[in-house]
Design a binder for this molecule. Structure first.
Ligand code: GAR
Length: 208
């Protein structure tokens, strides 16, 4: 089974959905690690109670060293894929590069509409009659990597950003485990391996 690290900053309800879905015998991934950027994120306690390995990290206290600490936690847990689940921190390019094609995120809108924060308020302000959630690959452009899956949710009369967020979240909990499972079980991707070999070859010093 593919070894997944889930990174959170807060409540961790999507993380919980990923953990519980992984309990099915035929789930192609397991949650090998939960970590994040805030040691007080409520989701960390839930993951621990559910018997998942947790590495709490404090990005504010660690400063620039944070990304190296996170990388070593991922290395020690022999992680294949990183799933961001309400991870509210901009990721430096070097880290995105290292996980290219192996890091996914869930965003509460129908991307490419309403990237960044405040997507539910933006949907309502634009008078749109539907919104949803998107699971996508993480690239250095915020909320712009390849879409792996989407779910649509209707906007109701009288919706506020809060009521909309609540309903979209229910759909997120259905979408994320399904898309992660599909992605973890994807066929061997020779093109991706080739791209990694090319990238490494370019980084190596020229030989004599
Ligand atoms: C979710 O709605 C997720 O899509 C969103 O934060 C919420 C986290 O809830 N993520 C983003 O806005 C990323 N920019 P959770 O902690 O209960 O999973």
């Amino acid at each position: 089974r593919g070894r997944v690290a889930v990174l959170i900053s807060g409540r961790g309800s999507n993380m919980a959905a990923l953990i519980y879905a992984a309990r099915a015998n035929d789930c192609p991934y397991e949650v090998a690690l939960v970590s994040g950027d805030r040691p007080d994120a409520p989701g960390l306690a839930l993951a621990k109670a559910e018997g998942v390995e947790v590495t709490p990290l404090d990005a504010r206290a660690l400063g620039k060293g944070y990304w190296d600490e996170l990388q070593s936690a991922l290395d020690s847990a022999k992680v294949d894929l990183v799933a961001l689940a309400g991870f509210m921190r901009i990721i430096p390019d070097a880290f995105v590069d290292r996980w290219q094609g192996r890091m996914i995120n869930i965003h509460p809108s129908l991307l490419p509409r309403h990237k960044g924060l405040g997507s539910h308020a933006a949907v309502l302000a634009a008078g749109e009659d539907s919104t949803g959630a998107t699971v996508h690959l993480v690239t250095s452009d915020l909320d712009s990597g390849e879409t792996l899956g989407q779910v649509e949710v209707a906007v109701l009369d009288g919706d506020t950003p809060e009521t909309l967020a609540e309903r979209v979240l229910i759909a997120e909990h259905q979408l994320y485990p399904r898309v992660l499972a599909e992605y973890a079980a994807r066929p061997f991707d020779a093109g991706w391996i080739e791209a990694q070999v090319d990238r490494l070859a370019r980084q190596l010093p020229e030989i004599g």
